[in-house]
Design a protein around this ligand. Structure first.
Ligand code: SAH
Length: 347
């Protein structure tokens, strides 16, 4: 049987496991800080832990340790894309982004994805596997080590649907937020979902201060169902109701992501319909010019169209931003690099 990944255990779980091994609970804090503050890669690095305990730990546990396969630095902006091997040649990608306010890492929550959105490269080959909490955290640790930069913000927007890997993602949030680890504040973390309504309500009960981003991409069920299979399970009305309830309960403004695809969801009429649906809710709309994915054949909307779409929303008092396209020269978007790597198109 495979050993438990010790990096994936929350401090609370680690304390329990150590008690079971007959160890004092303060040892858990020490070990947790080795794993998450000092980000060690082997038990031997834990020099203030006795050799006996270190070998006991090594018998009981393993430490997840991602390998950098390739690093792509954008020549256009301060974006760096990482391809990691998480074991057995399973590849995931993460992005390091530098902004004026600090550095952010976009992490993957699954290798591949089973949501099937028609514009997204991450889902083309289906779900390979869920990532463990420690593997999500290790993307940040490895990028921190490679860049030497402090990381202040996290977006869970790489490949995968985080709410389809709910328990591991919640453990990850707990670990990364811990003051014995990196201590990244919940308000500095954004979780993006295609809209798994039941899970949104479940998440709401935890009352975390993270930002919830909902991938809406359409103003009505008809268009949404063409783009996103999940829209057949939950109607747009249900998704928006869940997001509004989430905002009311957590007092955190929700972000709606809307990828603009030429001729599909980018008309003034579409913008008007979206505005009336979102009217009066505490939200923010992030317009993303769609990134070409060769499997889909979708084309991004023109600059004029994007501006017109945004101004309809603004005229209806809905806050809107157009996302800067970071790292487009290195395929730093939405599973594109991993896909091209797997297809042997890069390197
Ligand atoms: N599964 C989650 C998070 C991963 S994708 C979700 O659906 O939100 C992060 C964001 O990128 C989502 O809004 C997703 O819809 C969007 N996205 C995926 N492929 C894209 C593409 N080709 N162009 C623009 N946005 C895309």
């Amino acid at each position: 049987m495979e050993k438990t990944d010790i990096r994936s255990l929350t401090l609370e779980c680690l304390q329990k496991r150590l008690e079971e091994l007959g160890e004092k609970s303060f040892r858990a804090k020490q070990i947790f800080s080795w794993l998450h503050a000092r980000q060690c890669e082997s038990f031997d690095e834990m020099t203030d832990i006795s050799k006996t305990l270190r070998s006991k730990l090594a018998e009981e546990f393993r430490i997840s340790n991602l390998k950098i396969v390739e690093v792509f630095r954008s020549s256009e902006d301060n974006t760096t894309k990482y391809l990691f091997d998480i074991g057995n040649n399973t590849i995931i990608e993460s992005v390091f982004m530098q902004y004026e306010y600090g550095n952010a890492v976009c992490v993957s929550s699954q290798a591949g994805c089973r949501m099937g959105c028609s514009f997204c490269a991450s889902t083309v080959d289906g779900l390979e596997r869920n990532l463990l909490a420690g593997e999500i955290a290790d993307q940040i640790y490895k990028i921190h080590k490679d860049t030497g930069q402090r990381i202040s913000n996290i977006v869970i927007m790489g490949s995968g649907e985080p709410l389809d890997n709910y328990d591991n993602v919640i453990d990850f949030l707990n670990i990364i937020n811990s003051d014995k680890g990196l201590g990244i504040g919940m308000r500095h973390i954004t979780l993006s979902t295609c809209g798994l309504v039941d899970k949104i309500y479940q998440l709401m009960e935890l009352r975390l201060q993270i930002t919830l981003a909902i991938s809406l991409h359409a103003p009505n069920d008809e268009i949404r169902q063409r783009l996103m299979p999940i829209a057949k399970r939950y109607s747009i009305t249900e998704v928006i109701k869940a997001a509004k309830t989430y905002a009311d309960v957590t007092k955190r403004r929700v972000t709606y992501e809307y990828s603009l695809i030429k001729g599909i969801n980018d008309s003034r009429e579409n913008a008007g319909e979206l505005a009336s649906r979102l009217h009066g809710s505490m939200c923010h709309v992030n317009l993303i010019p769609v990134n070409d994915v060769k499997e889909s054949g979708y084309v991004r909307s023109s600059e004029d169209n994007i501006r017109a779409f945004a101004s309809v929303l603004e005229d209806n008092s809905i806050e809107v931003t157009v996302r800067r396209r970071l790292g487009s020269d290195i395929n730093a978007a939405c599973g594109q690099l991993r896909k091209r790597y797997k297809d042997n198109e890069v390197l």
